[in-house]
Ligand binder design. Structure first.
Ligand code: GLP
Length: 240
């Protein structure tokens, strides 16, 4: 595990966006694993800006998103809509090369990823309870793409995207499993807000704990953790 610490979210996003653009430049047919949430927003902005400035094309890139809501009542809050609004509309990735898991194609998603050659570079956020994708505490470390019932705390955390109305927040989602995520060749995880300090501290303690899903990645050979100074300071306090 490599820990990278940045002054603030902006510097973190710029640096990680650069890593992605470099990776695409090196391999124009790269398979990307993408995430939603607030954490990667500045990374996406940086990818959009730098790829435009440097003329790096995403036309040969394939993407597989981590997760998608089931029966989302607000069309503009689906994760596909999120990706369109925050990344896809700014780069020349082909729509047919962008993939999201769905309840109808459950077992097919892992197969599709495998057939494409496997995820080369996976971007991850982290939930306050240590979830990755929508793999809530207790999810087996070898799980593949599956349907999940969202925990109350995750729904409350995401209510801000649903007019702060909990009744509008979907109750289920489809997510890549922890086993699916672990197969990615390189993983970059962002923790840029203080509410993520606790699961990051658990991760840095280095003990696998099914109740904190991110700890399943501890022994991944190419796992990078991107922190802001503020988060790092809070983590160090928890570890002291
Ligand atoms: C959601 C997503 C996760 C994301 C998490 C954290 O639950 N399914 O992939 O990591 O939120 O979101 P945020 O980055 O907004 O804190």
């Amino acid at each position: 595990m490599i820990i990278k610490i940045f002054k603030d979210s902006e510097e973190l996003g710029t640096a990680l966006g650069h890593e992605f653009v470099e990776a695409v430049k090196e391999n124009p047919h790269i398979i990307l694993g993408l995430a939603t949430g607030s954490s990667p927003l500045l990374t996406y902005a940086s990818i959009a800006k730098e790829s435009q400035e440097r003329g790096v094309s995403f036309a040969g890139v394939k993407s597989f998103n981590l997760d998608e809501y089931l029966s989302c009542p607000l069309e503009d809050q689906t994760y596909r809509a999120f990706m369109e609004a925050n990344l896809f509309s700014y780069i020349d990735i082909k729509k047919e090369n962008t993939h999201f898991p769905s309840a109808t194609g459950l077992s097919g998603y892992d197969e599709e990823i495998k057939e494409a050659g496997g995820v080369d570079f996976q971007l991850l956020g982290i939930g306050r309870n240590g979830h990755i994708g929508f793999n809530e505490p207790g999810t087996p470390a070898d799980s593949l793409t599956h349907v999940v019932t969202l925990t109350e705390s995750t729904r409350v955390a995401n209510a801000r995207f649903f007019r702060d109305d909990l009744s509008l927040v979907p109750t289920q989602a489809v997510t890549m499993g922890i086993g699916t995520i672990k197969k990615s060749k390189r993983i970059a995880l962002i923790a840029n807000t203080l509410d993520k300090a606790e699961p990051i501290a658990k991760l840095l303690r280095g003990e696998k704990d099914l109740e904190c899903p991110v700890t399943a990645l501890i022994d991944h050979p190419a796992f990078e953790v991107y922190l802001t100074e503020e988060v790092d300071a809070a983590v160090q306090k928890l570890l002291a």
